[in-house]
Design a protein. Structure first.
Length: 340
């Protein structure tokens, strides 16, 4: 049952993101700017004064594939690579926010290995779909909620419980949740205010989840415009940016693959994201791209959490020589982990 639900939701997410990504192509350059946004973009928690260049981590969106971020963080921690700034989009904002808030990597890994993220992110999806006709009827009588199947407040409660109700300003590492301004079409970052609300906004997939109003602004999933937020990391003061792209790598597939239900929507999403992410990834000093092939955007498969974590570990290990070389060029000394 869960497997079927996961495929249905993944297809819905794929279709909505293909549509929204296509519509976002025109304002893309403008959306990547770092214009002030009613204070929501001001860096309220700048890095502490350092005697070395600052290292930023740009964590990309990708739903259940976010477990790969945990694997990457495990390797960076083991290799004593300091992280001074984190900017995350969608699931990248969740992993980054939890980590910046003090959650251990073992706890983060458990969230994906136990499918906690999927369960909290998609509460009762079939019931929500069943109730949609009722919601449409209520609109005829003046009920005008924002478009989408459901609000993300259950996820907010979960986030608040997981790390405590924290303000972004209180986090251990300067952090930004990357969102899309629905009205202006610009990519923005939330660097102050309630962390739980910021996470809900950054993960508000169009059509699936309702957008989030903060002040005079309406926000949805940051991946509509900026799925791997390297530019936001730079704007926050990072001298070197390590980007983590968890989208499936675009590979040639046999024509017969596209007879399966939903296959075209998923492939269209892969193509869109591969072309959409490339410009941002090219701006990073180091790109880590775990192989998340086969992990759906919304997965209920128990083994996918560990699969993603292992993929992140493998990709980060492969990138370590380049990371050390880049850090060394900036005068940041690193040591090879003797256990490797």
């Amino acid at each position: 049952m869960h497997k079927t639900i996961g495929k249905v939701i993944s297809l819905a997410v794929a279709v909505s993101f293909v549509a929204s990504s296509a519509s976002a192509q025109v304002p893309q350059k403008t959306a990547q700017s770092d214009d002030a946004n009613s204070g929501s973009q001001a860096v309220s928690n700048p890095s502490k004064s350092l005697n070395r260049p600052r290292i930023g981590l740009a964590l990309g969106g990708g739903g259940s594939r976010g477990s790969a971020h945990v694997g990457v963080l495990k390797v960076l921690q083991e290799e004593h690579i300091p992280i001074d700034i984190i900017a995350g989009t969608s699931i990248g904002s969740v992993v980054g926010g939890f980590y910046a808030g003090g959650m251990s990597l073992d706890e983060l890994a458990a969230i994906f290995e136990k499918n906690t993220f999927t369960k909290e992110f998609t509460p009762m999806p079939i019931l929500r779909l069943a109730l949609e006709p009722t919601a449409l009827t209520l609109r005829m009588f003046g009920y005008k909620p924002f478009d989408g199947l459901y609000y993300g407040w259950k996820f907010r409660k979960y986030a608040d419980k997981a790390i405590g109700s924290k303000k972004i300003e209180q986090l251990n590492i300067p952090y930004a949740a990357v969102v899309t301004d629905v009205v202006t079409g610009k990519s923005c970052r939330l660097t102050e205010g309630d962390l739980g609300v910021a996470l809900v906004a950054s993960t508000a997939v169009p059509e699936l989840r309702k957008p989030v109003q903060i002040g005079d602004h309406l926000y949805c999933d940051g991946g509509v415009i900026n799925n791997v937020p390297v530019d936001h990391c730079r704007a926050m003061g990072a001298d070197i940016v390590i980007a983590v792209n968890i989208d499936e790598q675009l590979k040639e597939r046999p024509i017969s693959d596209f007879r399966a239900l939903g296959s075209m929507g998923r492939q269209a999403l892969r193509i869109q994201l591969a072309n959409f992410d490339t410009p941002n990834c090219q701006k990073a000093d180091v790109l880590i791209h775990p192989d998340t092939t086969g992990i759906n955007l919304v997965s209920f498969k128990k083994g996918d959490g560990k699969l993603g974590i292992d993929a992140g570990i493998a990709a980060a290990r492969a990138a370590m020589p380049e990371i050390r070389r880049k850090l060394s060029s900036l005068g940041i000394a690193t040591t090879v982990n003797s256990t490797q």
